[in-house]
Every structure is written in structure tokens, then in C-alpha cells.
Design a protein around this ligand. Structure first.
Ligand code: SAM
Length: 193
């Protein structure tokens, strides 16, 4: 484990998932997916940790996250990046995540309520993109919004089982895709549903 990975793990160890799940903290301390309301489920904490480590956010990184959900993953990203732009389509979750993340004194997170399947063009390009809902294919729009040298993680596949894919854009814009692991995420609504 690198020093950076150890720092991320140490931050993860003290981050309490209860702080992000209003009124439904049952199971929050277990390494299991948990319901956050509005038909949405958040993944087990260790998957959020592994995805953060795999994405390799750097202190200067500008990160786009699609699917704010509870804001738990957003906290992991924001603690290790310069800025995080996060998009959530369900207004109640968007509002709740803002409250929970402001309570933790984050000042480097920008929130948007809307469809993030096409990214957030105004602030592109991004050094890192994390999509925490599953798409039927890799959205071209997100690849375009990835900076040269950037990395994106996205679950791609069917409704019940997907491959977590890593997309890396080279300095000259060439794109390389590799598989990280099998996962089961809720659907990314919109064009790539
Ligand atoms: N990373 C989140 C966390 O730590 O709580 C969990 C995200 S949950 C698995 C997926 C989220 O993606 C849900 O909150 C869902 O509403 C959101 N979502 C689905 N499609 C979306 C879209 N097109 N744009 C923005 N958010 C979307």
C-alpha cells in the first residue's frame, strides 16, 4: 500500500456512514449495501474505498461524480482532491447530501440537481470521473469531458450485474478500458439507461 492509499484508508476508517443516512442508520456500520430511500441503495463501504483508491485522486484533481446519493462517496473523493463536482437527479437526496457534507465543513464540493448521464459540461475537463450508477455502455459525453491523463470509473452492463470499468485517457487522447471487478449498482437514468 502506498502512503496515499494508507491516508485514504485512515480517513475511511474514521468516516461514519451513519452521518450520511438520515433516519435509516440500521446496518450503517456493516460492510453491506444500505437503502437510502427513493428506491436507491448505496454500496458497501469497502467498495467505495476500493473505487476511491483505484481512481487515484490527487491533491490537484478536479473530480466529477455522477450519483451523489447519500454523499458518503463524495466525502471520500473531496477529502483527497482539489474540487468535486457532483450531480444527483433526485432532489431530496441532493438536498440531504448537501446538508450532511456541509456539516462536515467541506468547502470544495459543488452540487447539482439534475441528469448527470451527460456530465457537467460547464466545468469540464475533469481529471477524474466517478459514476456510481450503472450504464448500458460508456457514455461518450463523459469520455469527452475527461482530461488527457485522466481516469474514469463506471459500472457498465445489465440491470442486475455489471463490470466496474476503468477508462484511462492518454496524453494524446487515446482511451484504454480495463475491468476492475463485478458489481451490482442501481441504474444510471437517462440516455444510457
Ligand atoms: N455514491 C453514493 C453514495 O455514496 O451514497 C451512492 C450512489 S447510488 C448507488 C446511485 C445514485 O445515482 C442514486 O442516488 C441515483 O439517484 C443517482 N442517479 C441515477 N441516475 C442518475 C443520473 N442520470 N444523474 C444523476 N444521478 C443519477
Amino acid at each position: 500500500m502506498t502512503n496515499r492509499e494508507k491516508e485514504i484508508k485512515a480517513y475511511f476508517d474514521q468516516l461514519n456512514r451513519r452521518d450520511f443516512i438520515a433516519g435509516n442508520s440500521e446496518g450503517a456500520s456493516l460492510d453491506l449495501p444500505v437503502q437510502i430511500g427513493h428506491g436507491q441503495t448505496i454500496s458497501q463501504p469497502t467498495l467505495a474505498l476500493n473505487m476511491t483508491i483505484a481512481l487515484q485522486p490527487e491533491p490537484g484533481s478536479k473530480v466529477l461524480e455522477i450519483g451523489t446519493g447519500s454523499g458518503y462517496q463524495t466525502a471520500l473523493l473531496a477529502a483527497f482532491s482539489r474540487e468535486v463536482y457532483t450531480v444527483e437527479r433526485i432532489e431530496a437526496l441532493y438536498k440531504q447530501a448537501q446538508e450532511h457534507l456541509h456539516a462536515k465543513n467541506f468547502t470544495n464540493i459543488h452540487f447539482k440537481n439534475g441528469d448527470g448521464s451527460l456530465g457537467w459540461t460547464e466545468h469540464a475537463p475533469y481529471d477524474r470521473i466517478m459514476v456510481t450508477a450503472s450504464a448500458t455502455q460508456i457514455p461518450d459525453e463523459l469520455v469527452k469531458q475527461l482530461a488527457p491523463g485522466g481516469k474514469m470509473i463506471i459500472p457498465v452492463g445489465g440491470a442486475h450485474l455489471q463490470e466496474l470499468q476503468m477508462i484511462e485517457k492518454g496524453a494524446n487522447g487515446e482511451v484504454r478500458t480495463s475491468k476492475l471487478e463485478d458489481v451490482a449498482f442501481v441504474r444510471l437514468r437517462g440516455k444510457y439507461e
